[in-house]
Design a protein around this ligand. Structure first.
Ligand code: KIV
Length: 290
């Protein structure tokens, strides 16, 4: 019998917005994060290029390659059933030309099985978004702070604080919608501006560091769980201190092994007495033959 996909679709996401239901998105990079997030009711998962920082331990997202995203995204897709999975197009994988973007986005869709791709860029990326959408590739745009451009803007700074850059962001938002993006991530902009963008657009805005007026919110798995311990970004809320819990648990394991508290008989397997007796007799015979 033909398998019918139970995954969420773009119309489902647009319906959430229409009904005023906040759209929750969380990053996931592996089987554990994907399964836990889906079981907790997260409808949209992002295999973000933040995996460069969270999984690979790099300082930025710049070194992440398309192959890395494909690898992690295929794991996330294969370990979820309902979630709408978005795969990030990493640095330099879509900005050379719309044709390059098309080739790489197609690989992400076909090799990883994601439901959509995300790319950073506003007005200037509109022709690329248009090209992908016309080829059947759903695009989530990403405006405001674009971490792949961190070296151009000189750091992870809030964007759109003055009238000129705020106007540009409003143009960016309109341009990505007009080009066919089905949703847009708005990162690190003043909440009043995010509210204006949300008001102006008919596609969902997904905020991060953009205040409470967007249609949805995206956060990084490691940030909300206290697994990234370098610092707690202002835009996040730590719902647990899992890093601390893991460290304490592993320290207890180390202590138990070193003090012979683990493993015990309860963690062991035994063999029948007669087998043991036969082995012991072998030992005696071997000893006698020397
Ligand atoms: O790569 C990522 O995880 C992102 C989110 C922070 C929006 O782009």
């Amino acid at each position: 019998m033909r398998k019918v996909s139970a995954r969420l679709t773009i119309p489902d996401i647009l319906k959430m917005r229409a009904e005023g239901q906040p759209i929750v998105m969380l990053t996931a990079y592996d089987a554990v994060s994907a399964r836990l997030a889906e079981a907790a009711g997260v409808p949209m998962l992002l295999v973000g290029d933040t995996l460069g920082i969270m999984v690979q331990g790099r300082e930025s997202t710049i070194p992440v390659k398309l192959e890395h995203i494909i690898y992690h995204a295929s794991i996330v897709v294969n370990n979820t059933e309902k979630a709408f999975v978005v795969g990030d197009l990493p640095f330099m994988s879509y900005t050379i030309s719309p044709e390059q973007a098309l080739e790489n986005a197609a690989r992400l869709m076909q090799e990883a099985g994601v439901s959509a791709v995300k790319l950073e860029g506003g007005e200037r990326l509109a022709p690329t978004i248009d090209r992908l959408v016309h080829a059947g590739i759903p695009v989530m745009a990403h405006i405001g702070l674009m971490p792949q451009s961190v070296n151009v803007v000189g750091g992870f700074r809030v964007q759109g604080r003055d009238a000129e850059s705020a106007r540009q962001l409003l143009r960016d938002a309109q341009a990505v919608q007009d080009a066919g993006a089905f949703a847009v991530v708005v990162e690190s902009v003043p909440s009043q501006l995010a509210a204006m963008i949300t008001e102006k657009l008919s596609i969902p805005t997904i905020g991060i560091g953009a205040g409470p007026h967007c249609d949805g919110e995206v956060q990084v798995f490691h940030d909300i769980l206290g697994l990234f311990e370098g610092f707690v970004p202002r835009h996040t809320r730590q719902y647990a201190k899992i890093g601390e819990m893991i460290r304490e648990a592993i320290a207890a394991y180390v202590r138990d092994v070193q003090t012979h508290q683990f493993p015990t008989e309860a963690n062991s397997f035994s063999m029948k007495e007669e087998v043991l007796a036969a082995l012991r007799a072998d030992g005696t015979e071997n000893g006698a033959s020397h």
